[in-house]
Each structure stands twice: as C-alpha cells, then as structure tokens.
Design a protein around this ligand. Structure first.
Ligand SMILES: [Zn+2]
Length: 325
C-alpha cells in the first residue's frame, strides 16, 4: 500500500525521543525505553515494577488508572481490543461493501496536512488509536515530511508504543498534530483525553477527531460514549474550530440500526452483516438533505481545530447549533 511505517528502531535513532516521553504515573523521565522501560523516580511504583514490552514496543500505561490490565500485555499484541488491523477479514470486507468508505476523512486529512505545514515544514503527528490505519488517513503516513507516532492500547505494525490516552506518556507541547479517529467512544473519560491532547500539542497544534453519534455498541465492553456535533464541539472547547460536520449521514446510521436490529433478534455477528447488505443503497441518500438535519441524524461527527488557551463560553453553544448551515 506504500504506507511508511516508523518502527521502534527508528524511534531509537531519534535522539529527541527519550526527552519527549515521560512516566504516565508521575511524569518523570523513563529509562531504557526500548528494552526494559522503567520510571527514574525511585518513589514511583514504575521504578521497581517497570513497564511491560509487547512485540518490542513499550507499554506506557498506568495500570492503576486504566481499564487495561498488565496481564493483558503478556499475550502477543496485548489488550482485549486487539482486532483485525489489516482490513482484510471477511467481516471487514462485508462492512465496507455495506457501509461504504469514509466520505470525508481523505479530504480532511489533506487539509490537516496543509495546515500543519504552515507552521512547521516537518510536523510530528501523534495518532491515538493508530493500530489500524484510519480510513482516509493514509496521506499522513505517505508524506515523507511528516513524522508519524502511532499509539494504541495494543501493538501492531502501525504503532511504536502502547499507551492509554487518559495519560499520554509525552511531555507538554510535543506534537504539531493529533489525529484521533473512532477512539473517543472507547475511552472512559473523553474530556480527560481531550485535555491530554491539548497538553501534548504545541501552541498552534491541530487536532482532528472523528467520533460516532448514531451508532450502536461496538468493541463490546470497551464502548462508553456518543457525541452530537454540539457535544463534540464542547469537548474540544479549548480549540478554534477550523471545520466540523457529519462523517456519515442518516443513511449509514439506518444501516447500523438494521444490523443491530437483526442482531438483537438473535442473528449472530456474521448473519447480521449479511442481513444488512441488501440495504446498502440507503447510504446513497446521505448526499442529500440540509446540513443541520443531516448532522442531527449523523452516523458520526468530525472536528478539526487549532489549540488555543481560552475555551469557548457555555453561552455560545446554542448559537453554535443554530449557526450550522
Ligand atoms: Zn513514575
């Protein structure tokens, strides 16, 4: 696919990296990051216990504060969220046939890259939830001027470290951009994650987030929240909005409902996918309709914004909704 993958070895040769990372518990530096990572602060539990490694990648998670357990990382890849990261399984293929491709991400990614380069010709971008390369985000990986740092709660060929987004193991102002696609529904506290994204971004840093709205439970035990377009805006209230809107529309939302309707009646995972396939044409209706009405029933929403110090006011939120065109 021509995707540029940065391995841990490449991380190792970058002298900046050790200085960029920190203990997710106490924020102290981490020693021996590529073999036996541990916190240098002798008062911290992670100075004695250290952090696990999985597939040669450090697992920089504070397990006391995470839904993920240390024992999960004794298995290959680690974590109960480990899944098809290639998109080649039958389930992934059936899903694409029915639900189609992401209609906005590739264009938004192009815009994200252009805006990143206005401030830094060689931007560093953190991908949160990057074990699977997100739909429409390939350009980030293909661009030789962009340094991509892939992270997720399990390891894959696309990650360089494992981390929990509630406590990102990086110092303040490390990244020019953070890309977080289909992740915020899976975290216990989305507001905490948004605060962490704000913290690790440089002063003019950019965020791009896509999060489901009208979509049923997926990833089983690890699915916690949904966002309206307004709710998503409020989550990123310490960012100036560059662009926001619906990812998928009411047609795709209806397809999700058909699939989960059949699933609730007893159709298993595979059969519910097959039962939804004949209704694939519903997604073509997503091209029509007014923006606000479409966003009110969107399958998911996106937000692209630039970091600021001042949050928008609560009183501005009704106008934000009314102002959608
Ligand atoms: Zn520590």
């Amino acid at each position: 696919m021509g995707v540029k993958l940065q391995s841990v070895d490449e991380l190792a040769i970058s002298p900046n990296w050790k200085e960029r990372m920190r203990c997710p518990r106490c924020s102290s530096p981490i020693s021996d990051i590529h073999a036996k990572p541990s916190c240098v602060n002798y008062r911290c539990d992670y100075s004695t216990d250290g952090f696990p490694m999985v597939d040669g990648q450090p697992v920089l998670i504070d397990f006391e504060e995470s839904v993920f357990d240390r024992t999960m990382y004794r298995r290959q890849h680690g974590s109960a969220l480990n899944r098809d990261t290639t998109g080649r399984s039958l389930g992934s293929r059936l899903h694409r046939l029915t639900f189609g491709d992401n209609p906005v991400a590739a264009d938004n990614c192009q815009k994200f890259i252009e805006m990143l380069k206005q401030h830094n010709p060689h931007p560093v971008v953190l991908i949160v939830g990057g074990a699977t390369i997100g739909a429409g985000s390939h350009e980030l990986y293909n661009d030789p001027d962009i340094e991509v740092v892939g992270s997720d709660v399990f390891s894959s060929d696309n990650t360089v470290l494992v981390a929990d987004a509630h406590r990102l193991p990086f110092h303040d102002a490390t990244f020019d951009g953070v890309w977080i696609q289909a992740v915020l529904e899976h975290v216990l506290e989305p507001a905490t994650v948004a605060t962490e994204i704000h913290r690790v971004l440089k002063s003019h840093g950019l965020v791009y987030a896509e999060t489901p709205f009208m979509q049923q439970v997926h990833e089983r035990a690890y699915d916690f929240s949904r966002f309206t377009r307004s709710g998503h805006r409020w989550l990123f209230r310490k960012f100036d909005e560059i662009e926001a809107g619906a990812v998928t529309g009411p047609g795709v939302a209806l397809l999700w409902s058909i699939r989960y309707f059949s699933r609730a009646l007893g159709a298993g995972d595979k059969f519910s996918r097959l039962a939804t396939l004949p209704f694939f044409w519903l997604r073509y209706f997503d091209r029509f309709g007014k923006s606000r009405a479409r966003a009110d029933a969107a399958g998911g929403v996106y937000f692209m914004g630039r970091r600021t110090e001042r949050a928008i006011r609560p009183g501005s939120m009704p106008l934000y909704y009314e102002g959608q065109r």
